[in-house]
Design a protein around this ligand. Structure first.
Ligand code: MN
Length: 217
């Protein structure tokens, strides 16, 4: 079972990887998507995890892999039907990651009404930094984050612009799936998604608390 790590070295085995789509209005608009009233949830297999320190390997079956920089939370205490008031107490930590997306495959899947699994769940598509304790980010709904590619700013995230708050996401996901310790939730990307290519260096930052770089092989 793949593990993620806190910045003090503690390891947590990852159970499920939930991802939220269209949680920033400007990103939904840039892909021509409408915003839903309820969070849009999809899954990645745990084989998709790629922890910082490893290179991104572009899949042979896509010519258009996009970066989606996102804040990721890890569940500490599981539960179901978690209330929004209790939700943040279930979070053990936060990280910054990439929901890598084979946009060409996803576009075909959308046209055909097929699932996104092939475009979102390939090996290495869930890039992840080390985690910080939740206590180090007491107001996650005000967090800011960014992605630089080869030193140029590509994405800037401001959690105050999230359509669904962290509490809403945790409450909603737990109303459909029993959350377990070690579950990850990728919380959505702001605008600015674009293709990556071999040789690129991607640097992700969360509020001065985390910096993580990934090289594209
Ligand atoms: Mn995403």
């Amino acid at each position: 079972m793949p593990a993620i790590h806190f910045n003090d070295g503690r390891a947590v085995n990852v159970a499920n990887i939930f991802c939220i789509g269209r949680n920033y209005a400007a990103h939904a608009a840039e892909l021509g998507n409408t915003v839903e009233a309820e969070p849009m949830v999809f899954l990645k297999p745990t084989s998709a995890l790629l922890e910082v320190g490893n290179a991104i390997e572009l899949p042979s079956f896509s010519q258009d892999v996009h970066h989606e920089c996102e804040i990721v939370l890890v569940i500490g205490k599981g539960g179901r039907n978690i209330t929004q008031a209790d939700a943040l107490s279930h979070v053990a930590g936060y990280a910054i990651g990439l929901d890598l997306t084979a946009r060409d495959l996803q576009t075909v899947a959308k046209q055909k009404g097929h699932p996104w699994t092939l475009s979102k769940g390939f090996d290495g598509s869930a890039c992840i930094s080390k985690f910080i304790d939740a206590a180090q980010l007491p107001t996650p709904d005000e967090a800011k984050f960014s992605l630089d590619v080869n030193g140029q700013r590509r994405q800037t995230g401001d959690c105050r612009l999230m359509i669904h708050s962290y509490a809403k996401l945790i409450s909603y996901v737990s109303s459909r799936f029993t959350l377990q310790e070690g579950d990850l939730i990728y919380t959505g990307t702001p605008e600015g998604v674009a293709a990556i290519k071999s040789g690129d260096k991607l640097t992700l930052r969360l509020d001065g608390l985390i910096e993580a770089s990934f090289n594209v092989a």
